[in-house]
Each structure stands twice: as C-alpha cells, then as structure tokens.
Design a protein around this ligand. Sequence first.
Ligand code: G4P
Length: 526
Amino acid sequence: MKFIDEIKRRRTFAIVSHPDAGKTTLTEKLLLFGGAIHVAGAVKSNKIKRTATSDFMEIERQRGISVATSVMGFEYNNIKINILDTPGHKDFAEDTYRTLTAVDSVIVVIDAAKGVESQTEKLMNVCRMRNTPVIVFINKLDREGKDPFDLLDEIEEKLKIKVRPLSWPIGIGKSFKGVYNLYEHKLNIFTQADKQIAEKPIELLDLDSKDLDYYVTENSADLLREELNLINGVYSDFILDDYLEAKISPVFFGSALYNFGVKELLDCFINIAPSPTQSKTVERFVSPEEEKFSGFVFKIHANMDPNHRDRLAFVKICSGTFKRNTNYLHIRLGKKLKFSSPTAFMASKKSVIEEAFPGDIVGLHDTGSFKIGDTFTEGEQLHFTGIPNFAPELFRYIDNADPMKSKQLNKGIIQLMDEGVAQLFISTLNGRKIIGTVGALQFEVIQYRLLHEYGAQCRYEPISLYKACWFESDNEEKLSDFKSRKYKFIAKDKFQRHVFLADSAYSLQMAQEKFPEIKFYFTSEV
Ligand code: G4P
C-alpha cells in the first residue's frame, strides 16, 4: 500500500468519560466489531476502583493492566483504528491530558442519567485547547435518564461546544424502542440482548411512512416525527468541515452494554473522523505526509518487572515511516539511537514491528533517559509542542528518610518526574524539594515506587499551598519587584522556569490585581 494511503486509513483517537459512564464497555464493543477480541469482558477496566484508593498492590495491578491496554489497534473495513486508553481515576487526569496530545480526535461518553459530570468538563477543556474534533456518545439509553433535548442543552452549556444530533432516541429506559440514524436515514430497533453482532438497521428514508408506526407504535412514531422536526429547526445541518475544525460535535445515542447504537457510531466515525493531521513544533508545522520520520514521547510507562528498570516510552509518529533498527536522532540528548524491538499494540497484544506510519503509536524500550515531550527525527532539529503541564493543587515537601540512599532518592525522583507522575519544584527560599500533584494518590504512588524500584525512602512534610502557576512579563522591573516581594513563594520547575506558589486563592487574586503587567499561567507546555 502506498505511504499516503497508509496515512489516510488511520484513525487515532481516545474515548474519554467521567468514571462509570461506560468508556470501557464502549471500547470493548468497538474491539468486538474489529474482531480484535471475541468475547465481551476481555478488556479489563484500567480504572482504580474507588474502594482501593490506598491499596498499593491495586495501583500496581492496575498499572500492569493499563500498559496492556494503553493502545488498542485494530482493523475495521480496511481502516486502521488506534484507540488510546486513558486512566479513569481522576488523580491520574494528567496522564489523560497528555494522551490527548497524541490523538487526532476524541469520543466523549456521557451517561444519559447523570448528564455532564465534572471529569468530562475538565477533559473537554483540554480538547478545546487543542481544537480536537469531538463526537459525543450518550450512553445507557436502556435505563431511565434525562430528556434528550435537556441533555443536548446541558452538553452545549457545560462543555461549551455546539452539538448536532446524528441519531435520535425513540423513548428511554423502559420505553426505549431504538434510535433513528439521521446520518444514514435508518431505523434501529432495540432488543434487550447483549449481542455481539448488531441488529440490521431498517432503511427508512420517509419518516411519514406507516412502516415507522408499525415498527415503533403509532404514538412513538408521532413523537419521533415531532422531535425530528424540532431538531431540524433548532440545529443547523451537519457540516463535516465544522466537525473537523472542532466547531460542532455530532451526537449519537445508544447503549454500549447492549451493543446498541455502537455500530452506527463506529461506521460514522471511520467516515468522518480525521486521519493524522499536522503537528506543531517550535520550528514549524510537520505534516504526516513528509517523507522523513518524526515523532514524540507522550507517555512513559515503568516496567512492571522490579528486576529490570527499563521503561516503555510511547511515541506518536507524526511524519514519515518509522523503521526498526534505524538510527534516529533524540533531539534533547543529541544522540542517535536505534531500536531493535519497537512494539506495536494490536488489541491487548504487543508485538515487535518492522515499520509504523503516522498516527501509529510505537513502544520504545528506554533505560531511564527519556522524558515526556522528547522528540525523535531523522536529523532535523524539531521540538514538538503542546504537551501540557497543569498547575498542581496538592503539595508536600519531600525529604530523604534514609541518608545512605540519597543518590537513589534523587535519581528516583527525577525519573518519576520525567515519567510525568508529578511535578517537582525547588523553593528559592530554602532550596527544598516540593512535589506538586493534581491528585492525592500520586503521593502514595511516588513513595511506593521510590521504595520498590529505587530502594529509596522518602518522607513527606505538609506545606500549605493553594496553587502553583507559571508567570512571565515583558516588564523586567515589575518582574523583579514581584519576585523580591514574593520571594518566600517563588520556586523553579524542572526547566528552571519561575513558578509562583500561591498560599491561598486570595493571595493569587491579589498578586494578579497588584501586578497587572505579569501574566499568570495555569498550564505550561513542554
Ligand atoms: P468506565 O470505563 O467509563 O468507568 O465505565 P464502564 O464501562 O466500566 O461502565 C460502568 C458501569 O456501567 C458498568 O457496570 C457497566 O456494565 C455499566 N454500563 C456501561 N454501559 C452501559 C449501558 O449502556 N447500559 C447500562 N445499563 N449499563 C452500562 P458495573 O456494574 O459498575 O460494572 P461491571 O460489574 O458490569 O463491570
């Protein structure tokens, strides 16, 4: 197959949702369609159950599962689909944010009964920042839920996107009869069986046809006609370019558990979702069709085997063809490296590959020198941008609890930070190390992993801080005035950038008011 066709047939995306909305169930049903798995229940959820928040073994077990399901590749109708998995637990939200930098589109799953939940709002903020095209799947229609019009309003308001339904439910919960597919003008009748093969939809171009009454009863048919009239009046027509430019999000309804509405979603998805698009670097835009290989590390996963310190770096291929045993330049290290066993992921199986194309993810073995955001090329100096660091909201001083192991502790901290587990700040006041995270679990993960992977022991000391944010200004005078007045609250991040450690919302607000010349940032890009 021609290189250009390989690019065009790739769809690399993530399914995101608030925990329990049905992300894992939907993923599994998509894999069933692709023939990548053959029985339901084969994909284990990588979410850490709520009850296990302080169970380290559970965390470790989950990390093991999540490496296997990090990328799930499969073929469907000659389209190569790469689903990038994201952790469900909110404390690992940063992992999810970073994964979103490696996808070309996103499917958001929403529970019809719960509507838009907090985690979904946060994830959508990241999609908006990056103009990622989004398809919405409203799930669990087999259960009682909110009115579909109310749901669409809620999605528009809370997720700040414009929507366009491409399927429409006929009833909900006990009275759920099926969906009408507005994209293909087909009727899908719901049956309560967990089917591996979807029901064959009924072609129904003319909604005034009596056939509709026959299939869904007269009352439901009348209501559907009325609602569809309303939809066509309220929502503008679906325009593909608007979706690709992230200006509008098509919406589908269904029930992942009963494998209902999933095939419609998938068929439409492979048709409309973008193949790999251009990526931004500091130097220029990189187009996937370029002949020369380039890619970046968006995720690092520590190996589960404690006897081997090697890790797997997940590289998104942005341009050209990646080849096994070929020298590539690691830009930050300035070194040529070649990889004898690059890994690709098909469903939950890993295998060594000879080559990979833009949109694909390859796993590269790393002995501890890679960092999130690292770029590989055939020689050109490029630095991919857009991998966000989020302002952490939980902080603790981290100290060495075993003086004999300070080297191990430092190495461990640096490597865990490179993996993106948390962020490290050095206080300019006292030179002490401060760990900042977005979730409380990370502190336990760090302590556990330092001990088990590096043989180092750490101790935490509380520090009362509200938020860490990056700042800069063109006005040098004001900048140094701010730094000297707030010297107790200034630290440096791993890139030596200045960070303001605000101890309260009030002090942050005061700083913003008193120093209007200074810009405060709540995300920073690597
Ligand atoms: P997540 O990955 O987004 O966290 O959600 P997951 O797929 O694990 O689904 C959460 C729960 O919702 C599961 O039930 C799952 O079976 C159920 N579910 C998913 N889709 C549907 C649907 O369309 N209809 C209905 N009625 N339920 C759905 P659970 O009891 O929490 O877990 P399990 O014991 O079934 O694994």
